[in-house]
Design a protein. Structure first.
Length: 735
């Protein structure tokens, strides 16, 4: 049966044509000689392989037929157009092998190559002679682009003349997929060698284009379409379900079909030990994890795999992504069972504790907390518990250290990971990265509060989340690991005890731990250096830089919110933000100052109503606020103003109304249009959280608040509006 190969053109099919497009391609995949398809060559076409096919009386598909030496033909589907446009297009398009690097490409042959070269040479080199073009500034030459990696000469000429990043993005947007992606990399100054490595490019001896084309057989073309870089443009459809999803879901299915060559590498490669993938918001870390989980299952269907993240709601969305990528996925209901277990990290911890036999559990508790009896089934509200302990236990300790913020962090990052169960142990404890130094008497005071905390939670029969993770780790240290592969999303938010748990849960060896993280998005807890919790990464760490979600305009604005802060990654290195790039353009973020809360609510209603009037689907609109109090206020006030919106808390966001949610809840999500509400000096950073903190704790908290703003601003795919009443937050970019 013929093989269908789709290109991103398959996504631009008008909604009204989708079912006809599907039935056309389905029939074609069954029998290309079916006369109702009218598969016809075109007279005088630039490429003899081009065909058109009849979708309905008005519309035709444009395809290439590549026979190869196998029995069945391959049809490369490039899209559907009204009859006359399709014929025009069919005359111009060519499927070729790039003569420099052997990557298959669909190009539009508008004029002969020599004429284009002449036109390029005659054209002014730089649009604005007073400005240095972006790529020239980075030191590239035309030859670097053309002969060094194989960018089309015409595209390279224009790219070398672009004086702004926006111009370059526009040029990249019109280029062949992999060339566009490579131009975006060059825009951030990637070395030519790095680009070659990213796209698996091996450069051949330059060959005259015409001569190269003559020698390209259909088999060569099929091979070239499977080049890792070509897979960003060509997808080999496997069966009817695959085809249906590509056609029906359009662009939303792109992540399932066309991986960036780098993403594909991280999905398919084997690693001899823990691997860390970092990357800014929207660079496709989650996409890699979801693909990798299913790829690991395909390699070994009997494997026990864990796909986990910080919160339950994010885990639910991971699960639905896995299902939509691979409907046949075998999910594991319990941790350690064969299949993919998808769950929030604390739920996995809970399951391990619950299923342990009492003796093992008792030993684990003793190792972590020292002697303790009784129940541990409740969850400690640790902020409240620490506050009560402070109030009821007067100790000689600076006021800035007698805060639940300091004690919670000290407990989770120093006491628990080192399994400290007595005062002497705490006197000797290492406290790297904790900022505030503690002498012996301060340590004694802190330890007495720790003892009080443990005493009170013991009576309560509860453990806090980091304690639970530490106990679960101590259980698995006795019983042995339960997963063959563990994949972690949002790694920056996990506590040291979580990491110790994961280390104990994964069988050490090939592909044991794969974690994705973005230091700029740490909105819970403290920075953790993985080497200190038994996870050795050295040499197995890579970064994604291309943002697939956000427009260049929104991304620049979001990245500016990070200015002036130093962020550390999971290896203790400084995380840079200046190499994140987007390949999409859109409107600049709109910043709206208002004079009062009432005014701000009025403006919010105006903005949301305008989006709805503009036919934006309600569920693609997100209104993000700092806390639940504001959420309730916005929902009721917008309702009073005739704009129905829905508060989204623990449950998944539904269809039919714009969602109002806290910035924390929006983590990992995305919307076409985002309204950031209440970004005033009073509301962000949240002032009440800053009260009475030490300089170190204050610094950490401010950084988390800044990250929260970055997370929120990067939820917008297309439009971002920022609203405040009175003075804007200090954390907003100044310009
Ligand atoms: N290869 C791809 N082709 C098309 N779209 C992609 C690709 N990779 C990622 N995307 C899209 O980009 C968006 C961001 O991807 P994803 O959520 O995986 O990024 P992330 O790095 O996990 O983001 P965040 O850290 O902000 O949660 C999603 O809409 C996803 O579908």
């Amino acid at each position: 049966m013929p093989q269908i190969v789709t290109t991103p053109g398959a996504y631009n099919i008008d909604g009204s044509l989708k079912s006809q497009a599907f039935s056309f391609l389905e029939k074609l995949a069954q029998d290309d000689s079916n006369p109702s398809l009218h598969i016809e060559p075109i007279m005088n076409s630039a490429d003899p392989r081009v065909r058109t096919g009849r979708v309905n009386i008005q519309f035709r598909a444009v395809l290439f037929k590549v026979q190869g030496s196998g029995q069945e033909a391959h049809y490369v589907f490039t899209g559907i157009w009204p009859h006359d446009d399709a014929i025009e297009r069919a005359k111009k398009v060519k499927l070729k092998v790039n003569p420099v690097n052997g990557i298959a490409e669909v190009i539009e042959a508008t004029m002969p190559a020599e004429a284009r070269d002449a036109a390029d040479a005659a054209a002014p080199k730089v649009a604005d002679p007073d400005k240095v073009p972006v790529l020239v500034m980075w030191g590239y030459t035309l030859d670097d682009l053309v002969e060094g990696i194989g960018i089309d000469r015409h595209v390279a000429h224009r790219a070398m003349a672009a004086v702004t990043e926006d111009e370059l993005i526009d040029i990249a947007g019109m280029a062949v997929e992999w060339q566009g992606l490579a131009l975006i990399d060059l825009m951030s100054g990637e070395a030519i060698d790095t680009v070659r490595e990213k796209y698996s490019i091996t450069v051949h001896e330059p060959v005259e284009e015409a001569a190269a084309e003559e020698h390209v057989s259909d088999d060569d073309l099929l091979e070239a379409m499977k080049h890792p870089a070509a897979r960003a443009q060509f997808s080999f459809i496997e069966g009817e379900d695959d085809l249906r999803r590509v056609i029906e879901e359009g662009d939303f299915a792109a992540w399932r079909t066309f991986l960036h060559p780098e993403q594909r590498r991280y999905v398919e490669s084997d690693y001899n030990g823990p691997f860390r993938l970092s990357g800014g918001a929207g660079t496709g870390k989650t996409v890699v994890l979801v693909h990798r989980a299913t790829a690991l299952q395909a390699k070994d269907p009997s494997a026990a795999i864990l796909l986990t993240t910080f919160t339950k709601t994010l885990a639910e969305s991971l699960r639905s992504d896995v299902k939509s990528l691979e409907p046949q996925t075998r999910f594991a209901a319990k941790p350690g069972d064969r299949g993919i277990h998808v769950n929030g990290i604390d739920a996995v911890v809970h399951a391990v504790i619950s299923s342990a036999v009492p003796e093992t559990r008792a030993i684990a508790i003793e190792r972590v907390l020292g002697p303790r009896s009784g129940d541990i089934s409740n969850v400690t509200d640790s902020t409240r518990a620490w506050s009560e302990v402070i109030e009821n236990n007067p100790v000689d300790l600076d006021a800035t250290l007698r805060t639940s913020t300091f004690l919670q962090a000290e407990y989770a990052t120093v006491v628990l990971p080192q399994r400290i169960t007595d005062r002497d142990g705490y006197f000797k404890a290492r406290r790297p990265g904790r900022g505030t130094a503690l002498n012996r008497s301060k340590r004694a005071a802190v330890w007495s509060l720790v003892e009080a905390y443990r005493f009170w939670t013991g009576i309560d029969g509860s453990l806090d989340f980091p304690e639970k993770a530490a106990v679960a780790a101590a259980i698995l240290e006795q019983t042995g690991p339960i997963f063959d592969h563990i994949l972690v999303d949002e790694g920056q938010d996990l506590t040291p005890s979580h990491w110790q748990f994961l280390r104990a849960a994964a069988r050490a060896g090939k592909n044991d731990l794969f974690l994705a993280e973005d230091a700029h998005q740490r909105i819970y807890g403290q920075h953790v250096v993985l080497g200190r919790v038994g996870i050795g990464i050295v040499g197995r760490s890579r970064r994604l830089t291309l943002n697939y979600r956000t427009t260049a305009e929104n991304l620049r604005y979001a990245v500016e919110t990070l200015t002036g802060e130093t962020f550390l990654d999971a290896e203790g290195e400084q995380e840079e933000s200046n190499h994140y790039r987007s390949a999409r353009r859109g409107p600049a973020p709109r910043l709206v100052a208002t004079s009062s809360l009432e005014d701000e609510l009025d403006q919010a209603a105006v903005v949301v109503r305008a989006w709805l009037d503009d036919d934006k689907a309600p569920e693609t609109i997100g209104i993000l606020v700092r806390d639940k109090r504001q959420m309730a206020r916005v929902v009721s006030a917008l309702g009073e103003r005739g704009v129905d919106v829905r508060a989204v808390d623990h449950k998944a966001a539904g269809a039919g109304a714009p969602s109002v949610m806290t910035m924390h809840r929006a983590k990992g999500m995305e919307f076409s249009c985002v309204l950031l509400f209440g970004i005033s000096d009073d509301e962000l950073p949240a002032r009440y959280l800053l009260k009475g903190l030490s300089d170190t704790d204050r610094g950490e908290l401010l950084q988390r608040e800044r990250s929260l703003l970055y997370v929120s601003a990067t939820r917008a795919r297309d439009e971002l509006v920022v609203l405040w009443a009175g003075e804007p937050s200090d954390m907003l970019p100044r310009s």
